[in-house]
Design a protein around this ligand. Sequence first.
Ligand SMILES: [Zn+2]
Ligand SMILES: [Zn+2]
Length: 282
Amino acid sequence: MSLTIYSKALYSTWAYYSPDRILFDCGEGASSQLENKSFAIRRVFLSHGHADHIAGLIGLINIRNNAMGDREKELQIYFPAGNHFISELMTYFSRTNRHLRYHLEWIPMTSGDQVKVLGGRNPRHVEAFPTVHASGETTLGYNILEQRQRLRQEYRDLSQEEIVELIKAGRRDEISESYNQKLLSYGGDSVPLRPGPIHSTEVLLHEATFLADEDRKEYKHSTLDEALQAAQSAGVQRKLICFHISSRYRRDVNRAQRRLNDKGLPFEVVLVPPGELTEIGL
Ligand SMILES: [Zn+2]
Ligand SMILES: [Zn+2]
């Protein structure tokens, strides 16, 4: 399981989650850097309509149209409902790409909407949650949820044998309950995410445009300290990935990463170096 991410504040941000073939945002260069993997993408989830998060769509939609062979590769693009910039881009595509060889669908999302991305015993959904970024800009974050089963609270002290007996007696539904585990949460551009919607997520992608608090002039983006605090408040289980780091910190990222490694945090922190294609094992 891995995540391929490219992110440099103001220039371009995109992240490809290969297990579910999901691309989060589509900044400039997404398709040219993903190359063959561009054809594997099933769904794109856009956090908002700023150019550094959507400029790569022209390339992505075009290359999939020019591909040899398979013409059945549908592509669904989910976006925050009512986003002005994205609506304008949709108009551009409808005028310039009337004869796409594959089915392209634009699907507006509002907070709380869910999209099924995997079937089977442990189905997965992507769920939209609210974020706060620039004024007048409709924005969303996204959780990947996996439906799992667990014992109900009152049965958790039973021994393995007792549980097996109850299941044999046909009481599985009575003793177990299903719940949604957040596998990954992607916040897009935002001021610090509120802990509620991302609570107990395994992997959090939180923006950290500013490594130094004093460099932030307007309250539109997060600092590294805020990303760490948001992850701690949310009880992130395994990994915090900080992206959208300003290129002014290109030389500081390694030092900041070492400092974080020594902090003894309850989760691993990965800083995505601005302008470097980064592969992260999950
Ligand atoms: Zn951005
Ligand atoms: Zn933005």
